[in-house]
Design a protein around this ligand. Structure first.
Ligand code: PRP
Ligand code: MN
Ligand code: MG
Length: 196
């Protein structure tokens, strides 16, 4: 029936697990940035839920948004990262904390770190809900990690498949028949493909 939870094979990180990780990372950031007012840079769209949950545990901080996209849609990733929407503030001399939902190849993160350093940021650190280290293609270090995640098709809590599942309160593994049509005939699935 019309229930996203049915598309999930298994839950990897529960709502409770994530709340604990957000508190742990947020409190660590509050301690590490004591006496400073960092700019929290949330990466649209995946990092939105993680950003708001972590920042609740922090102290004085500004929040900004940036939208970058890497062309990972095809079979082989082109490796190009595109700046879709730039942030609207001068970050020269500022301490910036990039908030990500997942770091995989590292291309998006490296692109943003290079951009911010080029613009004269005083410091750039990264806090990511998930660190998929096995996926790394370029060097990019996550300083604050929610969870080290194995290579699997994960969705939820910001992470999407075709723009859906971001609003699940947990992170789970998507059932194969949802994204692989070859397996769709064995199970009854709801057609979730948007019309456009
Ligand atoms: C995803 C994810 C990270 C990035 C990680 O974003 O949210 O931002 O890819 O991949 P990488 O380490 O291989 O660069 P995506 O570009 O899909 O946009 P979204 O956040 O709007 O889903
Ligand atoms: Mn993203
Ligand atoms: Mg995405």
């Amino acid at each position: 029936q019309w229930d996203m939870n049915n598309d999930i094979e298994r839950v990897l990180y529960s709502e409770q697990d994530i709340a604990e990780a957000a508190e742990r990372v947020g409190k660590q950031l509050a301690a590490d940035y004591e006496g400073r007012t960092p700019i929290i840079l949330s990466v649209l769209k995946g990092a939105v839920l993680w950003t708001v949950d972590v920042m609740r545990h922090m102290q004085y901080a500004e929040v900004e948004f940036i939208d970058v996209s890497s062309y990972n849609g095809g079979i082989a990733s082109s490796g190009e990262v595109d700046l879709v929407t730039d942030l609207q503030t001068d970050i020269a001399g500022r301490d910036v904390i990039i908030m990500e939902d997942i770091v995989d190849t590292g291309r998006s993160l490296k692109f943003m770190i290079d951009l911010l350093m080029e613009r004269g940021a005083k410091s750039v650190k990264t806090a990511s809900l998930l660190d998929k280290k096995e996926g790394r293609v370029v060097e990019a270090t996550v300083d604050y990690i929610g969870f080290d995640v194995p290579k699997a098709f994960v969705v939820g809590y910001g992470l999407d498949y075709k723009q859906l599942y971001r609003n699940l309160p947990y992170v789970g593994v998507l059932k194969r028949e949802v994204y692989d049509p070859a397996h769709a005939d064995v199970v009854d699935t709801v057609d979730i493909t948007p019309e456009h």
